[in-house]
Design a protein around this ligand. Sequence first.
Ligand code: SF4
Length: 225
Amino acid sequence: MSTNTQDVSLDTESRLRITEIFYSLQGESSFVGLPTVFIRLTGCPLRCGYCDTAYAFSGGEWIQVSDILQQIKQYNATTVCVTGGEPLAQRSCGDLLTQLCDEGYRVSLETSGSLDISQVDSRVSRIMDIKTPASGEESKNKYENIQYLTQNDEVKFVLCNRHDYNWAKEVLNKYQLLNKTQVLFSPVHNGVAPGELADWIVEDRLNVRFQFQLHKYLWNNEPGR
Ligand code: SF4
């Protein structure tokens, strides 16, 4: 009996459900402002009250990893961000991240912090949320992830109000986050005034990085921008 090895390899290749692939400027994290290819994976088990990517909860298109790599070549970019939804909810996300690193891209992963990050390729910068009380998803935080964070990673708090800010300061202290990784404090869009959050950080001499979501100011968060 003959075996067609090419067909077998195609059948077993990793594929992912993708909402969109696009090229823009990175709007967040220490990568802010860098031209970046975004690969947005479909699906998320969380439902944060401020979610701005609900269009990625369902739908999408199954695409093989090799085809994703082929598609992104057209942008001539050096930086790639794998985002969602929650990328780690798809089993093949790890394969995609590793192959992107193997291709020489500088890779970041945006994750909700609710799923295990320990198996992510160490070359990837993990941008991990810690969900605050006002997100409505605080109970989903997987605090075990903190032990895996390095200075190559970043923790992000999206803050909705003063209570969130005070809560985030307690988490910083409890887990000694500033000794482990980079920390981002971001005002939720159309929530706490950015200037107010900036004042709190300065008053408290807090060694965190304040950030805006740049893309919302440039393009009002249109999909694919
Ligand atoms: S984790 Fe991200 S994608 Fe999922 S609901 Fe929250 S904000 Fe939206």
